[in-house]
Design a protein around this ligand. Structure first.
Ligand code: ADP
Ligand code: MG
Length: 293
């Protein structure tokens, strides 16, 4: 299975926009006349999430694909908890199940069995519209192939998720500009993707992932298409974002990329082999401790 994005399809995006529009209208109605809530009844929003819950909680997740008569067990009982502010690398050989796991974490696919709570939201059984809304609110995606919109300037590429979220034009512009400055691309905001190097395009993609202030940044092989210098720049940006308290999940088949994270989870054949906290700031050789989960 080739690595690569399985992005929400355009119709899904269009549906998400309709849902968001509906939600804004709904919110406006409620602001005008708050609906009475019966005593003792709390109605949690399906997409708002909780700031106290772990960002990710997977319990015994299996994913099986059917290929003709053959069942491919891509994930075989993965349990995983990731807290706010962690910088985690998921590392494994090709075919070990990394992209399958990323698609589940990113709500681009659902487990065959087991449960997934994202920011306290049980994503099981949610329809595509709601999942698209959850993706836009909670997750910033970074893919190996950047996935920028061609013939669209860096600034507009970064503004896009804010358009889907219904943010006004002036605020969109300011927030996109700030995100591009954070990744060191302030002077190039009006460039087209074709006028930028691979490393610069990936920095635009990181700005686009950041701009909605998501609960986590989910990056699948973000340095896979980059040269050594650009890879180091991109990893440097992730390091700084982590220092600022961002939750980052980086998926890679390269050990040295994974070594930049503060926690490294190794997967093989659809199961977690090891889960270690690494002290990447220390120069000690014995700076890794087994994590007790
Ligand atoms: P990785 O990203 O680590 O290379 P994947 O998650 O892409 O691994 O794949 C894990 C296993 O699941 C592989 O055996 C792959 O062939 C299989 N697989 C992945 N996606 C599909 C799919 N859509 N249909 C059938 N098999 C798949
Ligand atoms: Mg993959």
């Amino acid at each position: 299975m080739a690595d690569g994005p399985r992005l929400p399809r355009r119709p899904a995006v269009a549906r998400a926009q309709r849902v968001l529009q509906g939600r804004r209208d709904e919110a406006a109605r409620h602001a005008a006349a708050p609906a009475p809530v019966p005593a003792g009844v709390t109605v949690p929003s399906p997409v708002a999430g909780s700031s106290r819950a772990p960002v990710i909680e997977l319990v015994d997740v299996h994913k099986t694909y059917s290929v003709g008569d053959i069942a491919v067990h891509a994930l075989r009982g993965v349990s995983l908890r990731i807290e706010r502010g962690e910088y985690v690398a998921i590392v494994g050989a090709s075919g070990s199940g990394k992209t399958t796991l990323m698609n589940i974490l990113g709500c681009l696919d659902t487990p065959s069995t087991g449960t997934y709570h994202l920011n306290g939201i049980d994503v099981r059984g949610l329809d595509e519209d709601t999942l698209a809304d959850i993706r836009n609110r909670h997750i910033g995606f970074v893919f190996q192939s950047f996935n920028l919109i061609p013939r669209t300037r860096a600034l507009q590429n970064v503004e896009l998720p804010l358009s889907y979220a219904g943010v006004h034009r002036a605020a969109r512009h300011d927030r996109a500009l700030t995100a591009l400055q954070q990744v060191g691309l302030g002077p190039r905001v009006h460039h087209m993707p074709s006028e930028l190097s691979g490393g610069q395009q990936q920095r635009v993609a990181i700005a686009r992932a950041l701009v909605t202030n998501p609960a986590m940044i989910l990056a699948d092989e973000p340095t896979g298409a980059l040269d050594t210098v650009s890879s180091a720049e991109v990893l440097g940006i992730f390091g700084r974002l982590s220092d600022q308290g961002r939750t980052i999940i980086l998926i890679s088949h390269e050990q040295d990329v994974a070594a930049h994270a503060r926690r490294v989870i190794r997967i093989s054949d659809g199961t977690i082999l090891s889960d270690e906290i690494t002290n990447s700031d220390s120069d000690s050789d014995s700076d890794s401790v087994e994590r007790v989960t």
